[in-house]
Design a binder for this molecule. Structure first.
Ligand SMILES: C[S@@+](CC[C@H](N)C(=O)[O-])C[C@H]1O[C@@H](n2cnc3c(N)ncnc32)[C@H](O)[C@@H]1O
Ligand SMILES: [Zn+2]
Length: 271
């Protein structure tokens, strides 16, 4: 029997079912579907304890940049990995889905059941608008309201790593793909801004319950022909929070940029 691939109630853990414009469990805990089709499954207790994820501005900047296809080679590599798994209608989970760029590429390229979640309501709202034939929900990585061992293929891109959740969610033969920046990722951007740019260390997360089955490298060169895209790209990097004012001024003067993108994909298997 195909196990359920649908959220469970974040309050009592029982399966949720669609009833009109809500999702409800047998205990009548009820969660409204927003007009874009997503659902907020953060409990009040979690809402208080959690930060709210990325802001509206970050969501928009990310969407504008990704929509131009600069990171398309990464999406293609994810699609290849999914197809190579050879499963018919796999259950795919986009963990910390952001505004849904990768979910959209996957859904367009492969037949699959797709769910995605993020802590940021704005990200989830944009993702739901972008991919109407998938279900997105607001939830925290630390307590994902999904049944155990329901995921065939998970993507986890540029977000905190949470091994206990991943180990619980993956089927025995399920796979999770995570990404770290390759040595040369955005090196020309760093050279333009810093006096002594350094290469990334390509360190994948160390795990004890998941097994690193495979690594893959994706490299390409991209050309940004306007200052807005350069700023958006920079704002998506971790450096944007820790760059000195004088270095930021150098960034603001850049009109075009040709730079490497390089990703190391780590493919983990459940146990
Ligand atoms: C850098 S963005 C990446 C988004 C998307 N994976 C992509 O590559 O376009 C990181 C995302 O992780 C989400 N996030 C951070 N902490 C989270 C948590 N504890 N639970 C769920 N989502 C979280 C943020 O809201 C944000 O959307
Ligand atoms: Zn319930």
């Amino acid at each position: 029997m195909q196990e359920a691939f649908f959220p469970v109630c974040p309050v009592c853990g029982k399966p949720l079912q669609r009833v009109g414009r809500t999702l409800q469990c047998e205990h009548r805990h009820s969660f409204d579907l927003a007009k874009e089709g997503y659902v907020n499954l953060l409990t009040r207790q979690h809402k208080k304890a959690d930060a709210t994820g990325d802001s509206r501005e970050m969501a928009r900047a990310r969407r504008a940049f990704l929509e131009k296809g600069y990171f398309r080679p990464l999406a293609d590599a994810l699609i290849d990995l999914l197809k190579e798994s050879g499963k018919e209608m796999p259950n795919v989970l986009d963990i910390c889905c952001g505004e849904g760029y990768y979910a959209k590429q996957i859904k367009d390229a492969a037949d699959c059941n797709l769910l995605g979640f993020d802590l940021s309501r704005e990200m989830v709202r944009l993702a739901a608008k972008r991919v109407p034939d998938a279900l997105f929900f607001v939830a925290n990585l630390a307590s994902v309201p999904l049944p155990d061992r329901c995921v065939d293929f998970a993507i986890h891109l540029f977000a905190p790593f949470h091994e206990p959740s991943f180990a619980r969610l993956l089927k025995e033969d399920g796979r999770l793909v995570t990404v770290v920046p390759g040595k040369k990722h955005l090196f020309a951007l760093k050279e333009a801004v810093y006096d002594t740019p350094y290469e990334n260390d390509e360190k994948l997360p160390q795990t004890s319950t998941l097994r690193l089955a495979e690594t893959r490298k994706v490299s390409a060169e991209i050309f940004l022909d306007n200052a807005a895209d350069i700023r958006a790209l920079f704002s998506m990097t971790p450096y944007s929070h820790r760059t000195k004012r004088e270095d930021l001024l150098k960034l603001e003067q850049l009109e075009t940029l040709r730079t490497e993108i390089e990703f190391v994909l780590g493919v983990y298997e459940g146990s």
